[in-house]
Design a protein around this ligand. Structure first.
Ligand SMILES: Cc1cc2nc3c(=O)[nH]c(=O)nc-3n(C[C@H](O)[C@H](O)[C@H](O)COP(=O)(O)O)c2cc1C
Length: 414
């Protein structure tokens, strides 16, 4: 009977344990979590989502409050088109976050950064170029392009000295998305170093419509593997979404996957950035408490706990401080929804916005509890303390459970 440790992910001459911890913004997949994966010979992700906030929290910078000060005059205005990110500060915040993680890295594994295209920041191209360039400058081992088709992203860094040596990969949820990406980037003569195929059971945003339940990860992975074989393209394929045990992972590796990307199991690890009381909510969740909804202003469905405090909260948009989801013209679906509610209830002190959420604010404050479909099984991965709460796990424990377990078993903490 095989276990994950019987397989290796090959990147050129580098051999890695084929376990990749997926990116979880905003700083849920912390540097501490990624460092454990790297120390144990796998791959960990940090995320550049709301990197100003992350830098402020970790490195005592004041990027958020200074931006708010600059744009304070606009707080009550519904027109957010004037709010721009200072590109120098964006680079500095990225440097702080990536540089510290890379400096602390030990062991044979790698640390990648998750870059979501949907963080358009009122200047999609300029801000994405800075985010990617600064991460490479600061020594990141690799970049995973996510939450978008990224048709022009590689071209933004084609002149960077590390363009060919850093590992660059993309997350797709369909063969069509991968084909589009490959076609658009053919001119660059640089294939992605890996493709994460994310199925409908993943946490975070889904690359599917609300008919996500009709799709199945194994079928999509097989289609993509077949296409790559037909085209003679040797790109490692890394399935993600609902891979909950070592045995689940082995079944994908035996079917030709190069590695697996996992996340939900690590949300209850000590090193994960969620507050401890939120980790308990993840542990306690029942299947009925997990839903896929359309409240994210990105336009993608998102899976989360129904009890997330950010659902239905009608707070004033915080774009002057954050503004990560503003599109190229300063719009965000939450601003539209909020303004509609304010206009409909002119005398109300507080409005409730049911159809969209201010994702910047609520992800920053850990008030949207996004999770994978199998989060309701987290309670089976730990034991309870005398006060009834669940024992937090170490990331090493979870990583090793994926690496060494067999027969669908899950090791409980000692
Ligand atoms: C709490 C949480 C936050 C996530 N945030 C992101 C993100 O910021 N960007 C992204 O590309 N994927 C995100 N994901 C998706 C994961 O990186 C991963 O691909 C997926 O959840 C794997 O499925 P699993 O959670 O069932 O193991 C997130 C997942 C979780 C559980």
């Amino acid at each position: 009977m095989k276990r994950v440790d019987d397989f290796r992910l090959l990147f050129g001459k580098k051999e890695l344990v084929p376990i990749m911890i997926g990116g979880m913004g905003v700083d849920i997949s912390t540097a501490e979590l990624a460092l454990v994966a790297a120390r144990l010979g796998g791959i960990g992700h940090i995320s550049d989502a709301m990197v100003h906030t992350v830098s402020d929290r970790r490195f005592q910078t004041r990027f958020v409050s200074e931006k708010l000060k600059l744009y304070k005059y606009n707080v009550a205005s519904s027109d957010k088109s004037k709010i721009l990110f200072d590109l120098g500060r964006l680079a500095e915040a990225t440097h702080n976050h990536v540089g510290a993680a890379m400096q602390a890295k030990r062991g044979e594994g790698l640390i990648f950064i998750n870059c979501m295209e949907k963080l358009t920041m009122n200047a999609p191209k300029e801000t994405l170029r800075v985010r990617l360039t600064a991460a490479l400058d600061a020594g990141i081992d690799g970049i995973t392009l996510s939450a978008g088709l990224h048709l022009g992203s590689l071209a933004l860094i084609e002149d960077h000295p590390r363009f060919r040596d850093a590992r660059l990969g993309i997350i797709v949820s369909s063969l069509r998305a991968l084909q589009l990406f490959l076609r658009k980037n053919a001119r660059l003569n640089r294939l992605p170093d890996y493709v994460v195929v994310e199925g409908p059971l993943a946490g975070g945003h889904l690359g599917f419509g609300m008919d996500w339940a009709k799709y199945d990860l194994r079928t999509i992975v097989a289609e993509i593997q077949q296409y790559l074989a037909t085209e003679n393209l040797n790109i490692p394929v890394i399935p993600a979404g609902g891979i909950f045990t070592g045995s689940d992972a082995v079944s994908f590796l035996e079917a030709g996957a190069a590695a697996v990307q996992v996340a939900t199991r690590f949300t209850v690890a000590r090193e994960c950035g969620l507050p401890d009381e939120v980790k308990q909510e993840y542990f306690k969740a029942s299947e009925e408490e997990i839903e896929v909804n359309t409240i994210s202003p990105t336009g993608y469905p998102m899976r989360m706990l129904k009890s997330s405090p950010g659902i239905g909260a009608g707070i004033r948009p915080n774009c002057e401080a954050y503004g990560y989801l503003l599109d190229g013209s300063g719009n965000c679906a939450y601003i539209t929804a909020y303004n509609r509610e304010v206009a409909a209830h002119p005398d109300a002190k507080k409005v409730s916005v049911k159809d969209k959420t201010c994702l910047c604010t609520h992800m920053r404050n850990f008030d949207i509890w996004t999770c994978g479909h199998y989060a309701y099984r987290l309670k089976d991965t730990s034991t309870r303390l005398p006060d009834g709460s669940y024992r937090l796990l170490t990331a090493e424990h979870v990583f090793h459970d994926y690496q060494f377990s067999i027969e669908q078993k899950i090791a409980l903490p000692a």
